[in-house]
Ligand binder design. Structure first.
Ligand SMILES: [Mg+2]
Length: 358
């Protein structure tokens, strides 16, 4: 089998409410899908979760010429071909996001060719549904955040995640967390994400204040490369520390294990190199007593790929799920996307179980 064509297609979705985190805000989402065609008429779908301004050029000029003519089932050969150029290896950043998208699309192709869902190639379907958290509370007025959070709890989610930590919002952030915790009650897991905004002293001081709200975890308080700072926060704070969504390749996560940086780790299939790299990273994590909870904040491609991975690897916990309706989920799933009581069903159709009709 050969790849005959490979191209990027972008789709934009306006947001009802702006998404604000510690690093900035956006009022729209731009998705870059990668469509991989073969000489046997089977098409695979990926999602290039890198810089959307760069991804179409990276796909068209850097990755498509390297991939066309390759066998989509030869992942080792394809990997070398995509990462290496005549001068350099690309091991991170938006190029690696493009490589990840193509890798995921090739698993989709393999599954469609063999008539089997992707989880069966990753170790087998160990569960039919995965517990998810509602990942949508971006900072705004405390009352609005509280209403959104209690709405997710009423929909059955037992975990919700908020993004705070913007400069100058210290006092308001405490009011936001208080409002959300009051709204969801003591039994719901409350995840707090700082999106890498703090230095160590700030992360420690703010972390001590946030402990009053009994967070389920404290996510990326520091730079993704500050392995020892995260490790020190684990010593100094009583809540679990989480990082990893900004790291690449199995080797890129090794400093986390060496420094004992985190309690949970969040590799993103669409950034870190694809399904096989993420599978290795999750297995390495489990070997170091770190719980893998894959990062997932893209389209139905990332959701389906993450579901297949988590179905095959029982040690993974907590699927990141975007409940806003702007993530292009439902339109892509061949079977209706099943979400009930905070649990999301793993697709059973061949490949990823998705189609590109958006
Ligand atoms: Mg995050």
């Amino acid at each position: 089998m050969k790849i005959t064509n490979l191209h990027a297609v972008q789709r934009e979705r306006p947001l009802v409410r702006p998404m604000r985190n510690a690093q900035g805000a956006t009022d729209r989402r731009l998705f870059t899908f990668v469509i991989v065609e073969t000489d046997q008429g089977v098409t695979g779908i990926g999602d290039a979760f890198g810089d959307p301004l760069l991804m179409p050029e990276i796909i068209a000029r850097r990755l498509a010429p390297a991939a066309i003519g390759m066998d989509p089932l030869d992942l080792d050969g394809l990997w070398r071909q995509l990462c290496a150029s005549s001068a350099f290896w690309e091991t991170a950043g938006s190029v690696m996001c493009g490589v990840s998208a193509i890798e995921v699309a090739c698993w989709d192709i393999r599954g469609k060719c063999e008539g089997r869902p992707v989880c069966e190639f990753l170790g087998g379907r160990k569960r039919d549904r995965v517990e998810a958290y509602a990942s949508d509370l971006h900072w705004e007025e405390p009352q609005q955040m509280a209403e959104l959070a209690s709405g997710y709890v009423q929909r059955g989610f037992r975990y919700v995640k908020t993004h705070i930590g913007a400069v100058g919002e210290e006092e308001n952030d405490l009011r936001r967390c208080e409002a959300v915790r009051d709204a969801i009650g003591p039994a719901v897991g409350f995840l707090i994400d700082i999106n890498t905004a703090f230095d160590f002293e700030t992360a420690l001081a703010r972390g001590r204040e946030l402990e009053a709200f009994n967070p389920f975890w404290y996510e990326e308080p520091l730079s993704p490369l500050d392995y020892h700072g995260h490790a020190q926060l684990r010593q100094d704070l009583s809540m679990p520390i989480v990082t990893g969504e900004n790291l690449y390749l199995r080797e890129g996560f090794m400093p986390l294990w060496q420094a004992a940086s985190c309690d949970y780790v969040m590799p993103d299939i669409l950034r870190c190199g694809g399904l096989r790299q993420t599978q290795h990273i999750c297995q390495d994590a489990l070997g170091h007593n770190v719980i893998p909870s894959p990062h997932n904040f893209s389209s139905g491609v990332g959701l389906a790929a993450t579901l297949h991975l988590m179905a095959a690897l029982e040690g993974t916990q907590l699927l990141e799920f975007d409940p806003t309706g702007t993530a292009i989920y439902e339109e892509m799933f061949i079977e209706p996307l099943g979400v009930r009581d905070g649990m999301v069903e793993v697709p059973t159709e061949p490949g990823l179980g998705i189609c590109f009709d958006v």
